[in-house]
Design a protein around this ligand. Structure first.
Ligand code: PLP
Length: 327
């Protein structure tokens, strides 16, 4: 039987969260003297003198329509990076608990765990960049791991992980499975948000930083059970999303069709670039991508990396990354 209470860090179970002025009086009209704000407005173009909605209700209600997830099951953070950090702090006691990551994968899981003094157990992907399910489950059992980070489509390999294996992982892992879907809008695969009602130990992360072209705004999402989202809301900084980010996010979310068109164009360009790269004699392999980037294998990666820089084309040198030799 799944018990969220057994996974949450004990001292957070009964945490009394900070009570903001906007928690204590939620009405919209009145003379607001309760947050010590400046009543004269801001000197710049927009007025930012009032604190933003701590629960980002307008943004969440729009996201709910777009993503098909109830607002009570949505957390929004200052980028997905905030969600990663808060999940670690919610579930993992420093110097005691551990997480599982599957390299080669996104670097922030490790950095965030290290900052929080949480042990990291690495179970590398197989040579074709798939989950080694048996090994993950054995490692999880041996170390009593609290979280398992799954990145799909995976950064830096670009592939989506096998859906059946991910589902088996969610069903058999005793902790929380966090699926990072930063690149889901470029993927031929369906989001795991459709599985949320089935699995109380599932967290799905997405972001506006990639397909939506809003990396500078800093808005990341986590979708999970109402209970997990409730705990994230308790431990987050009260005003974690600025008023300007909330305003700009809403404006962009209202233009969802435009984003769809841009994504289509990126997918066309992805195919075109892969075809053209393969025509070059120095390209050994272009890996299949379900994301907005390509992993490319060449005989002399450092030389090519530097040549590209000379031409002011900046790519990522991944040749030192496990399983990405030459890429
Ligand atoms: C780019 C990226 C993110 C985005 O993080 P934000 O903090 O939302 O900008 C998250 N996960 C992966 C795997 C990424 O590549």
């Amino acid at each position: 039987m799944f018990s969220l209470e057994k996974l949450i860090r004990p001292h957070l179970l009964n945490l009394k969260p900070y009570s903001s002025a906007r928690d204590e009086y939620t009405g919209k009209e009145g003379v607001f003297l309760d947050a010590n704000e400046n009543p004269f407005g801001s000197v710049g173009t927009y007025d930012y003198n009032r604190y933003p909605d701590p629960y980002q209700q307008a943004v969440k209600s729009k996201l709910s329509q777009i993503k098909g997830v109830d607002t009570s099951q949505i957390f929004v953070g200052n980028g997905s990076d905030e969600a990663i950090d808060l999940l670690l702090r919610l579930f993992c006691t420093p110097k005691q608990d551990s997480i599982i990551i599957m390299p080669p994968t996104y670097g922030m899981y490790r950095v965030s765990a290290e900052i929080n003094e949480v042990d990291i157990i690495e179970v590398p992907l197989s040579s074709n960049f798939e989950i080694r399910l048996e090994d993950v489950l054995i490692a999880a059992e041996n170390n009593n791991a609290k979280l398992c980070f799954v990145c799909s489509p995976n950064n830096p390999t670009g592939n989506s992980l096998n859906r059946e294996k991910v589902l088996r992982l969610i069903e058999n892992f005793k902790g929380i499975v966090v699926i990072d879907e930063a690149y889901i809008d470029f993927s031929s695969q369906e989001s795991f948000t459709t599985e949320l009602s089935k699995y109380p130990n599932l967290v799905v992360m997405q972001t506006l930083s990639k397909a939506w072209g809003l990396a500078g705004l800093r808005l990341g999402m986590a979708f999970a059970s109402k209970e997990i989202i409730g705990f994230l809301n308790k431990i987050k900084p009260p005003y974690n999303i600025s008023e300007s980010t909330q305003r700009e996010t809403l404006e962009n979310l209202n233009l969802a069709e435009k984003t769809q068109e841009v994504v289509k164009e990126i997918l066309k360009q992805r195919t075109l670039l892969a075809e053209q790269l393969l025509k070059l004699p120095l390209v050994e392999k272009v890996f299949d991508s379900d994301a907005n980037f390509l992993l490319v294998k060449v005989p002399n990666p450092i030389l090519i990396y530097n040549r590209l820089i000379e031409k002011s084309i900046i790519v990522r040198n991944r040749s030192n990354v496990l399983l990405c030799e030459g890429c």
